[in-house]
Write a protein that binds this ligand. Sequence first.
Ligand SMILES: [Ca+2]
Ligand SMILES: [Ca+2]
Length: 304
Amino acid sequence: MPVQGEEEEEEEKSKNDSNVQGRKKQRKQKKNQRSRKHSPQKDEAQPGAEQSQKSLFGFACFAADPCDSFRCKRGKTCKLNEDNKLGCVCQVPSECPASLNELDHVCGTDNKTYDTSCELFATKCNLEGSKKGHRLHLDYTGPCKLIPPCQDTELIQFPLRMRDWLKNVLLQLYEHDTTSPGFLTSKQRFRVKKIFESERRLHAGDHPVELLEQDFEKNYNMYIYPVHWQFAQLDQHPSDRQLSHSELAPLRVPLVPMEHCTSLFFQECDSDKDKQVSFKEWTSCFGIKEGLINKMTNYMKFQT
Ligand SMILES: [Ca+2]
Ligand SMILES: [Ca+2]
């Protein structure tokens, strides 16, 4: 079962980062308005004192908003309760900052377009405890659109293409890391270097699936590390060799609108249907043989 707080943070992380500053600003403005509304000073203080008060040294200083340092998970907002204690309550969806443009829209797993991810998570929070709320997740960024059903042949080809894509992503990171280090750790560089320098490797391109299949057989070893690496990148909350729905989100959310087999692929990957994709299930989905996984059992290796 995914931990909701992490789930929401993860899904939020995976969202397009554009306009983050704008949203933060709006949230801050909203929060400030809210805190004034709930501030005990409002009723007690002298006119103007809710904005500022004189410090001992005669400088005006602003009263800190206690909610500023109180963190609530997505979908919740900070509020003072009757005992004057801070707590988190479900945000009212209509009080979320409005979207700035279409990039802010998200599609929920209920196939409904939400104006912003804030609105989706607030809706989920307000449905807490219900089946509907439990099932509601961020499906992908952008408004909901018609995603064609994934055909059997496409589902078979999906891991072939994704495996190649993962390898190319890693090689791109390697190239970026060469000009401005920081994308890969030294251990990761060492592993990717072997693939990068191999004369036999298939260069990035729009290859027919037959060629991808042939290359996988011929250069099998080049595909093992990218598959392991991606798993370790996602398996962080917690790092337990299992990928929850939320841990998969950073990969799944941007892929779904572009690759219509994404959701079905990850669903099928969870072969024992326990809502988690284990390391074994993951590698098997990408056609990596178990024998070789056992040879490389030190899982921590993949994380560094
Ligand atoms: Ca995990
Ligand atoms: Ca599973």
